[in-house]
Design a protein around this ligand. Structure first.
Ligand code: TRP
Length: 349
């Protein structure tokens, strides 16, 4: 039986950080290694350009960084089709067809777009391409006949928009497009990893990220400077583990085996939390433990990254191969879409 298709992507606007890793990347690697799915992962450079048209160099450079992050984190081009959005022109034509099925008013009402327009201060001066990117995202998803789209919660309105397009298209022209479903991360800590400053979200613009490519000393400094419970002043004071970023990170990253290795006085995270709540456990000790846990994750990534940085030609070849392969699938969908609309004038009778 044909495997179910999983598709997801990232905008290349910077390096990937721990929030990306627990929110999505780690799960992709698991899905890839399960062997149960056809996995497509792509770099959404066209989407990134919709608000960076005047800065294409940034997107070009980030594309390389994201590709390196993918490989470092364990995406394997032998198992996953890794490709670049702009290299699949079929996506652009699909977007054109879908644009006729969506109103400007509906796009402006899309909560994700609404927030992003406000964040960027676009107002009425929003570029058409930016307003339209949910439609282009629907093309990405449908072109590869995705069953599941693993993304963060903030993307829910975009998947909803895609589902509306699929519904409209299929109602008008016949059942051609597959209806996708969102695949959400279940662990709360992973859904929205806070920044090192304890703010709601790890994000480049807030400057509170730990990057997958940070060196060991940078990671140490960032972790030792992390936000904890402001009322936990002396070691003896009882502490709070809720809204305490250090514990949220432990929720997202640590496993029982880490305790055996690095902090054997405790069996698991519950015991550590209990001690913190009671008082008598200092922040420094918890942070050092977190540092070891994160280092165990990042060190092998740094090694892989270093290898590929030395062999960039292999990275671009991998993207080119992936894009060729992806294009075949997108072409198939586009042919079906053209036929359904009836603009396949020159097909042989
Ligand atoms: N919007 C996604 C992000 O900001 C990137 C993206 C583009 C995407 N097209 C997609 C994600 C299709 C999933 C499916 O990260």
């Amino acid at each position: 039986m044909a495997k179910k298709v999983i598709l997801t992507g990232d905008r290349p606007t910077g390096k990937l950080h721990l929030g990306h890793y627990v929110g999505s990347l780690r799960n992709r690697v698991r899905l890839q290694n399960s062997g149960e799915y056809d996995v497509y992962v792509f770099i959404a450079d066209l989407q990134a350009l919709t608000d960076n048209a005047r800065n294409p160099e940034k997107i070009k450079n980030s594309l390389k960084e994201v590709a390196l992050d993918y490989l470092a984190a364990g995406l394997d081009p032998k198992k996953t089709t890794i490709f670049v959005q702009s290299q699949i022109p079929e996506l652009t034509e699909l977007t054109i067809h879908y644009m006729n099925l969506v109103t400007v008013a509906r796009l402006k009402r899309n909560p994700t777009i609404k927030t992003e327009i406000n964040l960027r201060g676009f107002g009425e001066a929003v570029p058409i391409g930016f307003l339209n990117y949910p439609v282009s995202q629907a093309a990405d998803i449908t072109a590869f006949k995705a069953h599941y789209v693993p993304v963060g919660e903030d993307q829910l309105p975009l998947i909803e928009q895609c589902r509306e397009i699929v519904h409209s298209f299929n109602s008008l022209y016949g059942e051609v497009l597959r209806m996708p479903e969102i695949m959400l991360e279940e662990n709360d800590a992973c859904k929205r990893l806070p920044g090192t400053d304890g703010k709601a979200k790890m994000s480049k613009s807030l400057g509170n990220c730990i990057y997958l490519s940070d060196d060991s000393e940078t990671v140490r400094k960032k972790i030792m400077g992390m936000y904890t419970d402001p009322n936990h002043i002396r070691i003896e004071d009882p502490g709070c583990v809720e809204d305490n970023a250090v514990f949220t990170y432990l929720d997202a990253f640590c496993k029982e085996e880490h305790f055996k290795k690095y902090l054997s006085e405790y069996k698991n995270l519950d015991e550590l939390k209990d001690h913190y709540r009671r008082g008598g456990l200092g922040d420094v000790k918890v942070k050092k433990f977190l540092y070891q846990v994160i280092e165990e994750l990042l060190q092998p990534m740094r090694e892989k990254r270093a290898y590929y940085e030395e062999h960039l030609d292999q990275v671009y070849e991998m993207l080119e191969e992936g894009s060729k392969k992806a294009r075949v699938e997108a072409r198939d969908t586009l042919d079906k879409v053209r036929k359904a609309i009836g603009i396949n004038y020159f097909d042989k009778m």
